[in-house]
Design a protein around this ligand. Structure first.
Ligand SMILES: *Cc1c(COP(=O)(O)O)cnc(C)c1O
Length: 456
């Protein structure tokens, strides 16, 4: 029986909370009204110097999977086989995954694979990229974007980027085209769609294949069109840290009749097991094994059901943060056209260091002290500056196609000034869907406070 209220002991938690609130209020720390009464707190004083932190709240717990994934994986475990066998026997997970994927990215041919890197390699191989063929792409990306080009003996050609989109500059792409160019890989960095109208027009004009690397852009939209549906092939990653994941995994998709039917072969040692009367046949091609199992597909199918919510939340938070840090002379927010949807795998902005009395390292240190978890830059150097690119030492210290005269590419002479500046002046914030708008506005307030403090 519950005793009447007045006789009930105050639960310890409530007592502590009430007492603490009274103590804080007495010192002008607990509420706006309390702050008026006590000595004024200088809100512009940096937390690093003992002032109040700009970020007081915390993001909620980041729960990325739960009993729903558990149930679906249990269903897979109840099967007698965990092999992807499309539509054969009782195996259903890969088919379910593909069905759900097509709701987000309607493409005729969809193939699950072991990683985003595998997805791009499969796309490059299915697109028929061969020795000496050039593929134009961005120097700010994951190595997975370019590994497949090199493994097919193609030549990555790096073009410069938009200053605030961090994506391929279509003018630079067109300038990089030579008679050897076969394809463009557009990477939607941090979830911001590339200018796909311009890239599509360039690809069509020069008869190039347009590959979209959507690894960082799950759920993004270009002029209302789902990411991955403007290019000829789309590649996605399901690596653990992406918007949705399966620990590791990938997807490659195409509606192009030249490319789509070949995807499965290049994911599964050169053969199409789903073809009627499948045997290792004369149409086989050289390819490695990039298969994904039913366990990952089961997990991924439930992750896909979460994608709409994750993408919408990240899109709204990113827009809110752009608004918060806009209009500052020393800060350049990311440029995301109003009619596109970015899904902010991370949030990246640039500093105008000539307008600041501090270095980027100091800026980041001080903004972190405000409670905003930020870090300097993204990848350490543009891809072409990696030592094995500078030395052209891709295959046991050698690069056979260069020795054979199929390319004269010299990565030691490549310069993409904007890309280099993006990496030396950028600040990275790991935005995610566990955050709410109030928290993100505090993050923005921290940037404003620090930028104002150091403004030259
Ligand atoms: C993560 C990523 C990849 C590679 O994906 P993995 O699944 O890690 O192989 C490729 N491209 C971009 C842009 C990425 O962010």
């Amino acid at each position: 029986m519950i005793p009447p209220a007045e006789n009930r002991p105050i639960p310890r938690r409530r007592f502590v909370a009430t007492a603490a609130a009274a103590w804080l209020a007495a010192r002008g720390l607990g509420s706006a009204r309390g702050a008026e009464a006590a000595a004024p707190v200088d809100a512009s004083k940096l937390a690093k110097l003992g002032g109040p932190k700009a970020v007081r709240s915390k993001p909620g717990p980041w729960v990325r999977w739960d009993v729903r994934e558990q149930k679906q994986v249990a269903e897979a475990i109840a099967q007698t086989s965990l092999f992807y066998w499309l539509g054969r026997g009782a195996n259903k997970q890969t088919a379910l995954f593909i069905e759900r994927f097509k709701q987000h990215c309607p493409r005729e041919h969809v193939v699950t694979c072991s990683s985003g890197t595998a997805a791009v390699h499969i796309a490059i191989a299915a697109a028929g990229i061969g020795p000496g063929d050039e593929v134009i792409t961005t120097p700010i990306t994951d190595l997975g974007t370019v590994a497949g080009i090199l493994f097919q003996q193609g030549v990555p050609v790096f073009a410069d980027l938009g200053a605030a989109t961090y994506n391929l500059d279509p003018v630079a792409v067109e300038r990089a085209i030579t008679p050897k160019t076969k394809a463009i890989i557009a990477v939607h960095l941090c979830g911001t769609p590339c200018d796909l109208s311009a890239l599509r027009a360039i690809a069509d004009k020069h008869h190039l294949i347009l590959i979209e690397d959507c690894a960082q852009a799950w759920g993004a939209k270009f002029r209302g069109r789902p990411i991955g549906t403007v290019g000829d092939v789309a590649c996605f990653s399901l690596m653990n840290s992406k918007h949705i994941g399966t620990g590791d995994g990938g997807v490659v998709a195409s509606s192009d009749p030249r490319i789509g039917p070949a995807l499965l072969k290049f994911a599964d040692k050169g053969n199409d097991r789903t073809a009627p009367g499948y045997t290792w046949d004369k149409t086989a091609v050289l390819a490695t094994n990039y298969r994904m199992s039913e366990l990952q597909a089961a997990f991924g199918a439930v992750q896909l059901a979460r994608l709409d919510g994750i993408a919408a939340k990240r899109a709204a938070l990113g827009r809110a943060l752009i608004a918060e840090i806009s209009g500052l002379p020393a800060v350049v927010p990311p440029d995301l056209p109003a009619n596109d949807r970015g899904t902010f795998w991370f949030f990246y902005f640039r500093l105008r260091l000539e307008r600041l009395k501090c270095s980027r390292a100091e800026f980041v240190e001080v903004v972190k002290a405000e409670g905003a978890p930020m870090s300097a830059g993204y990848i350490p150097v543009p891809i072409y500056q990696l030592p094995f690119f500078q030395n052209h030492s891709f295959f046991a210290g050698r690069w056979p196609i260069r020795e054979m005269g199929l390319t004269t590419m010299d990565y030691a002479r490549v310069r993409c000034p904007e890309a280099e500046a993006i990496l030396t002046t950028g600040v990275h914030f790991s935005l995610n869907e566990s955050m709410d708008e109030a928290y993100v506005r505090e993050i923005g307030a921290a940037v404003r406070k620090v930028a104002k403090h150091f403004s030259a």
